[in-house]
Write a protein that binds this ligand. Sequence first.
Ligand code: T4K
Length: 371
Amino acid sequence: MSAKPLYVTEPFLPPLEEVIPMLEQIWNSKFLTNGGPMHQQLERALCEHLGVPYISLFSNGTLALVTALQALRITGEVITTPYSFVATAHSLLWNGIKPVFVDVDPVHLNLDPKKIEAAITPQTTAIMPVHCYGNPCDVDEIQRIADRYNLKVIYDAAHAFGIQCHCGSVLNHGDMSILSFHATKVFNTFEGGAIVCQDAKTKQRIDHLKNFGFVDEVTVVAPGINGKMSELNAAIGLLQLKHVDEIHRLRGAVDARYREALRDVPGIECLTPGNATRHNHSYFPILVKPEYGRTRDGLYHYLKEFGINARRYFYPLISSFPMYRALPSSNPSNLPVAHRAAEQVLCLPIFPNLTESDQQRVIDAIRSGRG
Ligand code: T4K
């Protein structure tokens, strides 16, 4: 089939005529990195846009996760979800921390608060949930548990840019929230990420840690890493920000069309939107149930025949990868809901410039694929 390939996402790019003047500013300033003017401007602009008090930019979300754990001096065991991108758990291993996987809830596929307490041991120091697909976790219940056991909460909010919940930005829950600005994300700086925190002293510690631990020219206070965002990436971020409301609107329209068009397809269930008061429509996950007559993998391969590259986010489960498989909490009997989701979920193409006719190709292929 020679149809134009369609990917799960296509990055939004600001118009080139907006990029050139930004490049000229960088060329003129000769500040390319290390907290230059674009970097500072983007931190301020993001605090305002997202409604958060402090943000530290990073070169990617993974280094932000690794650094957040260091900034909070997390050790021992951390309770987390197996249903995520592998970077979530990798950030724990990079810090010598043991991940303890807890199953997800069947509706939004986020860490199930009802199952957290049973996994707490004397070694547990923190909980690291993920707002999967941008659907907010049960932040209040997670905080209650954390308070009861004196645990830190670090949200992997890689999918949660711009998400608002009952009390404002979802990024203000927990001790820290981590964002990813990777090319495939709702808001991208090509590569990039950030930590949101709640006080100036913590931000200062994070900023030291992302710059080798330097406090000044001659003082190093910690074995920090190089996690800095360059001026080029920050400039792209500033330009994206001008378009982000339009991006949300266009994604929302794609989301609504899928929901309407797939409503009556037996065995296809669109994941229920979470209780956000503002969504970002970063992913469009469907569950392929037995009534569809073709398995999720069957549909995944069938769509490929039409040039449609849907993605099985998140399959395989993190707990199935070799470096996690032997952990007691990785036993599939401990994670039945996550295992079922990993077998049933397919993320369909969703991005601002997805045309109605290309989206119709996806819908028609799903309809025609019924076994
Ligand atoms: N925590 C969570 C919960 C995450 O989801 C992620 C990242 C992280 C932490 C870590 O944050 P970062 O360190 O990445 O900032 C992608 C992304 O690489 C990754 O950022 C993302 N999550 C994950 C869910 O998806 P892949 O391996 O699926 O990406 P890839 O290269 O296959 O791209 C998907 C499709 O997007 C391609 O088929 C085509 C299109 N694409 C991709 C790129 C890179 C483009 O059109 N242009 C591009 O430049 O991981």
